[in-house]
Design a protein around this ligand. Structure first.
Ligand code: GDD
Ligand code: MN
Length: 381
């Protein structure tokens, strides 16, 4: 059998036409500078997959080294189609690459796996077989089932980070991740029909999480696996990737307006910290508490603005320049303060409410107004 290697930005349709039969698998491998690993990976796949399941392999590559070239050379020895989709613009990082790969995959099943040999290809046919047997849309290779392990997760630091991240994520999405013991896994099989590409907003490493939460495949199965040591080179994960993961979590969790409002409120409460610190510093420096509080409050406003810009409305910063947004945001925040006192007076005076209830009600009212105002006046055209 001949292997087709379209090469850089080759015609992916050429390979998708070749293996489109049901039950076949497209293995999507995201790669970033993995030239020392891809030959071995293709060799491992050759040994364990085609004799059990027709397959094609699609690398989605964001490398700055010669990974695409090495793949093309190694592909000549493969008894199945291999293609490289090299991206000039690495939008969305690892997750973005996987989604682009899934869009051109030609088989009924898509298996996503890493390019550094941490995921054993011998499991690929088992993942698909499990999905067929259970009628599942998604089959996760899990390190946390009996028989699985995270042997290859180097160092107790990474194990701890991984454990905390898994716990946090599972608590944030108890329903969506029900039955998924390892939502952080980068190794899974998904039916093409279960991928709802229109609703996906991949951001960084956790593409399985993205799919489980936004595509909501109707039935999920799991298979244990042993996470191997990386063959060559180093993990591409970094502190920056960790921040991206937090942003991804917030984005997933705040898809509904109510959840967005809750996070907006939490951010608002966190603004008391810089506010009080500044107030303390300014009054200690001898400033009168009234101007000190006005200044300190502005610091809280800026703090809130930064968090909202970078966590909550990150993908909505499209319609105004940043200083325009900051100006409007600050205006709303100060209007909120100015509005509250007359509102309380009105509630007490007109409807005879007691001062405490009136204050609480006014707080809630101005908060909701501020949230709605921020969405409408700062982040919409
Ligand atoms: N195309 C593309 N673009 N590929 C990328 C990018 C990118 O920006 N960043 C990383 N990759 C590729 C790597 O080249 C590798 O093939 C694969 O994605 C995984 O990257 P690693 O850097 O090896 O990740 P890891 O070993 O730290 O993390 C893996 O295991 C975690 C579980 O502990 C990943 O599978 C994670 O998703 C998983 O959570
Ligand atoms: Mn790895």
């Amino acid at each position: 059998q001949e292997s087709t290697v379209p090469g850089e930005l080759g015609d992916p349709a050429a390979i998708t036409a070749e293996v489109a039969e049901p039950g076949a698998v497209t293995i999507v491998v995201p790669t970033f500078n993995e030239s020392a690993n891809v030959r071995r990976l293709l060799h491992q796949i050759t040994e364990s997959v085609p004799s059990r399941l027709p397959c094609e392999v699609l690398f989605v590559d964001d490398s700055t080294d010669d990974t695409p070239h090495v793949i093309e050379e190694a592909a000549k020895d493969c008894p199945f189609p291999v293609a490289v989709l090299h991206r000039e613009e690495p939008v969305g990082g690892l997750g973005g690459a996987v989604v682009e790969g899934m869009a051109v995959a030609g088989s009924e099943w898509i298996v996503v796996m890493d390019g550094d040999c941490q995921h054993p290809p011998s499991l690929v046919p088992d993942l698909v077989a499990t999905g067929e047997r259970a009628g599942a849309g998604l089959v996760v290779a899990s390190r946390y089932l009996t028989g699985g392990s995270r042997a290859g997760l180097a160092g107790s630091y990474r194990v701890a980070v991984s454990r905390v991240a898994t716990w946090l994520t599972k608590s944030l999405f108890p329903r969506r991740l029900h039955g998924i013991s390892d939502p952080m896994s980068g190794f899974f099989a998904i039916r093409r029909s279960a991928v709802t590409a229109e609703v996906l907003k991949p951001l960084g490493y956790k593409i399985l999480l993205e799919l489980a939460v936004r595509s909501r495949p109707r039935q999920v199965s799991e298979v244990p696996f042993v996470f191997q040591e990386r063959f060559a080179g180093e993990s591409k994960s970094s502190a920056r990737e960790g921040l991206r993961f937090l942003r991804h979590l917030v984005g997933l969790r705040t898809a509904s307006p109510l959840a967005r409002m809750a996070v907006f409120g939490l951010i608002g409460v966190s603004g008391f910290v810089p506010n009080l610190l500044a107030l303390w510093a300014l009054t200690h420096a001898g400033m009168h508490y009234v101007p000190a509080e006005i200044l300190a409050n502005q610091l809280g406003v800026v703090w809130n603005f930064l968090l909202i810009e970078h966590l909550l409305f990150r993908d909505r910063r499209l319609f105004r320049r940043w200083w325009d947004r900051l100006g409007r945001f600050a205006l709303l925040a100060n209007a909120d303060l100015l509005l509250r006192i007359p509102l309380i007076a009105l509630l007490v005076g007109r409807s005879g409410m007691d001062a405490l209830s009136a204050t609480a009600l006014a707080l809630v009212m101005t908060f909701v107004l501020r949230f709605v105002g921020t969405e409408a006046l700062v982040y919409l055209p």
